[in-house]
Every structure is written in structure tokens, then in C-alpha cells.
Design a protein around this ligand. Structure first.
Ligand SMILES: *[C@@H]1O[C@H](CO)[C@@H](O)[C@H](O)[C@H]1NC(C)=O
Ligand SMILES: *[C@@H]1O[C@H](CO)[C@@H](O)[C@H](O)[C@H]1NC(C)=O
Length: 209
């Protein structure tokens, strides 16, 4: 998938959320509008969505950076999400995460796009945000994945070391290759399962947060 197609695809998704999911709750014609407070730059696009048990939806948006980088596609270095509550109200959170610039690019590996920053809803009002820390940015084998816990006010509550980020046989970094699945009882944390670099093994970890 080319990135332009990707962006168009997600812009389309954004309209779907705004125009079809919300009315399901109660009244028809309930169109949600929110104004982006970050001025300038490219239009925001929906990168991912997740929801809480109470049906509050979290929408992770990105904006392609205004000065395009040549070798890869990068986005503005702000982490932005919108919380859409069951009553139709919404709230935008824009924060500067304490992470390296490598996290603000989208990596195309065999036509699959990977964003080092990925969101997961946890227990009510808390989201888990994964990212990568490189000890040496030029050596992908030093990349470690972490997660931080953020509340819906944008406050950071903790940082968890998840493990080494995956590197494929061609020495390409594949961020967020491991899958993260919340425990059925969300208070009990999550499980992370992913392949281990240079082996045919997978690693399964249980995190209690
Ligand atoms: C967004 O901004 C426009 C122009 O400033 C204003 O007319 C509109 O009411 C705003 N909408 C919301 C939802 O704040
Ligand atoms: C994987 O193998 C390559 C090549 O032998 C090596 O450079 C790299 O450090 C290894 N990575 C890990 C995480 O063991």
C-alpha cells in the first residue's frame, strides 16, 4: 500500500467514525466536530483506534510532516489522540512524548506500514502507548520497546520495559512486531507475544500494571 493510498484510506475511515458510529448510540444526525488546536502543517489522519469497555473511543491521529524526509515517511513529533465519550463529547490530547525522533516515522517493510508508536486502551481512562528507545540509533539491534501509561488528561503515569524490538533477517527494524493483548480482566494487565530476533522462537510475557 502506498502511503498516499494509506492516508486516503484512513481519511475515509475518519469520516466513517464521525458519520456512522456515533448515531448508533442514540439520535440520528449526531455529527461530532472538533477543531484541531495545532495550527499549520498537514491535515491530521487517523492512524488507529481502540475502545474502552465503557465504549469511549480513542482515536490516534498523525500528521505527515511538512518538510518531507527523503528515505522514509515521517510525521509531526507530537502524540495526538482524541477521546470520544459515549455521550458524544470529545476531547483532544496533544503531548510531546519523551521519545527519540525514530518514533515519529512510519516504516514500510514489505508493504506493511509500522508505526513505533501504538496505542492500546487499558483499564478505564488509561491508555498504553508503545515506543522504542535506541541505545545507538544506527544499530537496530540496540532498539528496545517500552510502553508508557497515559491518562485521558495526557499525564504520564509510568514506564514499562517490554523487550528488544524485532529485527528481521535482512537487518530491518520492525517496530511493534509483538502483539499486545489486554487480559480479559483489564485490571490484571496484558500479555505480549512476539518473535525473538535471530531465532525461530517466540516470547510470551505477562505484565501486571
Ligand atoms: C471551530 O472553529 C470555528 C472557526 O473558528 C468555529 O466557528 C466553530 O464553532 C468551532 N467548532 C468547535 C466544535 O469548536
Ligand atoms: C542477530 O544476528 C546479527 C548477525 O549475526 C547480529 O549482528 C545481531 O547482533 C543479532 N541480534 C541479536 C538481538 O542477537
Amino acid at each position: 500500500m502506498k502511503l498516499t493510498t494509506f492516508f486516503n484510506h484512513y481519511a475515509f475511515l475518519l469520516s466513517i467514525i464521525l458519520f456512522t458510529i456515533l448515531p448508533v448510540k442514540s439520535q440520528i444526525n449526531n455529527v461530532l466536530t472538533f477543531n484541531e488546536t495545532t495550527k499549520g502543517g498537514n491535515l491530521p489522519r487517523v492512524f488507529a483506534m481502540d475502545k474502552f469497555d465503557d465504549n469511549t473511543i480513542i482515536v490516534h491521529t498523525i500528521r505527515r510532516n511538512s518538510i518531507p524526509t527523503q528515505d522514509r515517511i515521517c510525521v509531526d513529533d507530537l502524540f495526538t489522540f482524541h477521546a470520544i465519550f459515549p455521550d458524544g463529547k470529545s476531547k483532544a490530547v496533544v503531548i510531546k512524548l519523551p521519545v527519540q525522533a525514530i518514533n515519529y516515522c512510519i516504516y514500510d517493510v514489505n508493504k506493511i506500514l509500522y508505526n513505533p508508536i501504538k496505542i492500546y486502551t487499558m483499564r478505564t481512562n488509561f491508555i498504553l502507548v508503545t515506543y522504542t528507545e535506541a541505545e545507538d540509533e544506527t544499530n537496530v539491534n540496540t532498539y528496545m520497546e517500552y510502553a508508557i501509561i497515559i491518562d485521558l488528561g495526557g499525564k504520564i503515569h509510568g514506564k514499562i520495559l517490554l523487550g528488544p524490538s524485532f529485527v528481521d533477517v535482512e537487518n530491518r527494524w520492525i517496530p511493534n512486531k509483538a502483539k499486545i493483548k489486554l487480559n480479559v480482566n483489564r485490571e490484571k494487565g496484558f500479555v505480549r507475544v512476539g518473535p525473538i530476533t535471530n531465532t525461530t522462537n517466540a516470547l510470551l510475557q505477562q505484565f501486571v500494571v
